[in-house]
Write a protein that binds this ligand. Structure first.
Ligand code: IFM
Length: 437
């Protein structure tokens, strides 16, 4: 058994489009994900987030589940288009009211809110003006951040600018699997830089309103392995995925390999805006990646299928907890050991509700045990790891995979919206409540 440090933050993560539903309620404007889901072939089961887990109406029940779990923190995202339906202009009070009720209920129950401003659901109104390819979107994002700081700065201690902007740039604008579904080399670079710029501008905007807010950002980091098979492809994937956001935010530079391609979008002073002191860094980690060069494509590199020698989840993601340990150590060495939170980690399975009304998911419990053991080892090795947020509280809309992959520790029976804690929920509850794995 390994003990975690006292005050280690145990939490769960979700995101607006994946759980809220209520897409046409109380003045919410359409987002790029509403639009993307309408196109046949984009989502494997032809579904969308229109209802999802109906969290918009059921959040008290979901917060009670967090309480039962023993979670001290909840990382959720706010849907920009509930606050400003088009992504700019007047504030929609009903959207503010919804998040206020949610936040008040969390605080009343001693769960600390961690508010993320962007978990991919860009308002369609901004996409119509060029989305993240348009530099102006970064300034609209800062305005939205300021609005959120004004309304919630006194009740929310932790603000997160983006969730996984690297996935937005690559999967949304390069490989085309996510909204807005582009395969465009120039868009990969422009969105990369504009998302970074938006982060920096938002940090300033929040601090202007709430000088003592804790502010961080969340980036997905999955180590690239087997470099010897294609060192050029591996270096490119590593730069685009693992460094193009982390380096400018934490070091104030872009990786050498990408500088020329990014240069047309980088204005004087931008890197200083992006590189501002942060209170924490959120790292989302699930797996490892293997790369193959793909010259002539928008990204120039593709991700290879997992190795058959390594166990994998139903998502085809390799289960390799030792690489989390290694990555945390590399992170410490490269970035000077800032406070880190693992803001997502979890396992997709094809869970089933059995006749007794139970969901047995030993694969997920094993996954949590092994990744948390790796995290604990990293703490022993001096990594400044302060907390862990499981992905995810609920089964939910898994983007292009629709509802075919379940990531929750709580099973959602979508036709009835009944929540059924899985065996892994109780496994994690034991860890969270005893502070040891
Ligand atoms: O569901 C996603 C989440 O929205 C972002 N990080 C990875 C998760 C699993 O794919």
């Amino acid at each position: 058994m390994s003990k975690f440090p006292e005050n280690f933050v145990w939490g769960v993560s979700t995101s607006s489009y994946q759980i809220e539903g209520a897409v046409n309620t109380d003045g919410r404007g359409p987002t790029i994900w509403d639009t993307f889901c309408e196109v046949a072939g984009n989502i494997v089961d032809q579904t969308n987030g229109a209802v999802a887990c109906d969290h918009y109406h059921r959040y008290p029940e979901d917060i009670r589940l967090m309480m039962e779990l023993g979670a001290k923190a909840y990382r959720f995202s706010t849907a920009w288009s509930r606050i400003q339906p088009e992504g700019f202009g007047a504030v929609n009070q009903a959207g503010i009211d919804f998040y206020k009720s949610l936040i008040d209920f969390l605080l009343k129950n001693n769960i600390e809110p961690w508010l993320c401003l962007n978990h991919w659901d860009l308002p369609q109104g901004l996409e119509n003006l060029g989305g993240w390819r348009n530099r102006e979107t970064a300034f609209r994002f800062a305005e939205y951040a300021e609005i959120m700081a004004q309304f919630f700065g006194d009740s929310v201690p932790n603000f997160i600018t983006h969730n996984e902007p690297n996935v937005v740039a690559l999967l949304g604008h390069g490989w085309g699997w996510h909204a807005p579904g582009l395969q465009d080399a120039e868009a990969v670079m422009s969105t990369t830089h504009h998302l970074n710029l938006a982060h920096g501008l938002a940090v300033s905007a929040i601090h202007k309103t709430v000088p003592d807010a804790n502010i961080g950002t969340v980036i997905a980091m999955q180590p690239v392995v087997d470099w010897n098979k294609d060192s050029e492809g591996s270096a490119r994937l590593d730069a685009l995925y693992n460094r193009a956001f982390t380096d400018p935010v934490l070091l104030g530079t872009y990786p050498e390999l990408l500088r020329e391609e990014l240069a047309p979008f980088v204005h004087k002073g931008d890197l200083e805006t992006i590189h501002q002191p942060l209170d924490f860094f959120g790292l989302n980690h699930y797996t490892t990646m293997r790369a193959r060069s793909a010259p002539g494509t928008a990204v120039g590199v593709e991700i290879l299928p997992p190795s058959r020698e390594i166990p994998q989840t139903i998502k085809g993601w390799e289960i390799n907890p030792a690489m989390l340990h290694q990555q945390l150590l590399e992170f410490k060495n490269r970035y000077g050991n800032p406070p880190i939170y693992i803001t997502e980690n979890g396992c997709a399975s094809a869970d089933v509700l059995d006749a007794e009304g139970r969901v047995s998911d030993p694969d997920r419990a094993d996954y949590f045990r092994d990744y948390l053991s790796a995290a604990s080892l990293a703490i022993e090795d001096g990594v400044n790891l302060k907390g862990y947020f499981a992905w995810s509280l609920l089964d939910n809309f898994e983007w292009a995979e629709g509802y075919t992959q379940r990531f929750g520790i709580v099973y959602v029976d979508y036709p009835t919206q009944k929540r059924i804690p899985k065996d892994s929920f109780y496994f994690l509850k034991n860890i969270y409540q005893n502070n040891e794995v």
